[in-house]
Design a protein around this ligand. Structure first.
Ligand code: ADP
Length: 293
């Protein structure tokens, strides 16, 4: 990567001259190469990937901006993104991580509830983005159930069929998609700004003890989808949930709907990684169908 050009773009974007002193790889990402770009007084976090994936970085840039504008929960400030020769790059504020605490967990719960209170009159977003490296379709719709059925479950099921997961998975998927409205009886849904990929690896605490979330796949949708994902792989404490409930309590039906929401991520994992996720997806569908009838 030509770091001098990246540095120049950072200087233009921030209005303050940035001169690179060193560039060190950062480990931990699933999809991109990450680098800490160190200047004399300032560091930046840079993600790199193939130039063909520039849309993915632009969507992440826009998502971080959308969340930052709410002034609810901290996210890394997006600085600039672009392409240099065959590489795409995304530059973010560098976050120095600090120690986790019960207070930070509770605050994250509270701040996430405030983020969820930022709403739109439609479900979706002004652009598509990605979930992992899978495209995520955000074409706006007025009806949440159609949005979830078409843009989320049916989209992943179609991808799965292309990968050869036909048969039982598809039959169960069709039944679930046609009957899922039963899970929403009496529930008022609102189009909340949600992070969209909120597993524990995308949340941390900064050196000031403030919670911070990153790597979003955001859109406007049912807030329960965000909370459901925090439970899918675990790692969020009781303090986090207590903080959330204090600001905006969840509806009782969440306990069942969370399985429908997490099915989307299980299908995405099936499409990305294959293997045991097939059994997990099918079992979850069987369980949901049984709960609906
Ligand atoms: P990927 O898009 O490849 O999944 P992530 O956004 O998850 O990458 O970042 C990879 C790792 O880098 C994270 O797990 C986290 O530890 C660290 N990280 C992410 N964003 C920042 C940032 N703005 N500043 C410092 N470290 C970060």
């Amino acid at each position: 990567m030509n770091w001098d050009i990246v540095s120049e773009q950072i200087s233009n974007a921030t209005g303050s001259t940035f001169k690179i002193v060193s560039a060190h790889p950062v480990s931990g990402g699933d999809i991109n190469t990450a680098v800490r770009l160190q200047g004399r007084h300032q560091s930046y976090f840079v993600k790199l990937n193939n130039a063909a994936l520039i849309n993915m970085f632009e969507a992440e840039f826009n998502g971080l901006q959308e969340m930052a504008n709410t002034e609810t929960v901290s996210v890394p400030r997006p600085i600039v993104c672009g392409k240099i020769e065959n590489q795409a790059f995304l530059v973010l504020e560098y976050i120095e991580f600090g120690a986790a605490s019960k207070a930070a967990d509770r605050l994250l719960g509270q701040q996430l509830a405030l983020l969820h209170q930022k709403r739109q009159p439609y479900y979706g977003w002004h652009r598509d983005n990605t979930i992992g490296s899978t495209p995520q379709i955000n074409s706006p719709q007025d009806d949440w159930l159609s949005f979830w059925r078409n843009n989320r479950l049916a989209f992943q099921l179609k991808l799965a069929a292309k990968k050869g997961y036909t048969g039982r998975l598809q039959t169960l998927g069709e039944q679930l998609c046609s009957d899922m409205n039963a899970l929403f009886a009496g529930y008022t849904i609102q189009a909340s700004l949600i992070h969209g990929d909120l597993w524990a690896g995308n949340a941390a605490v900064d050196s000031q003890g403030q919670p911070v979330i990153f790597d979003p796949a955001c859109y406007y949708g049912d807030r329960e989808a965000d909370i459901a994902m925090t439970e899918l792989f675990g790692g969020f404490s009781q303090d986090f949930y207590a903080g959330y409930q204090q600001v905006w309590p969840l509806d009782d039906g969440y306990k069942t709907r969370k399985n429908l929401y997490n099915l989307y991520h299980i299908l995405n994992h099936l499409n990305l990684f294959g293997g045991g996720y097939l059994r997990q997806a099918e079992n979850r569908m069987v369980q949901l169908i049984a709960e609906m009838t």
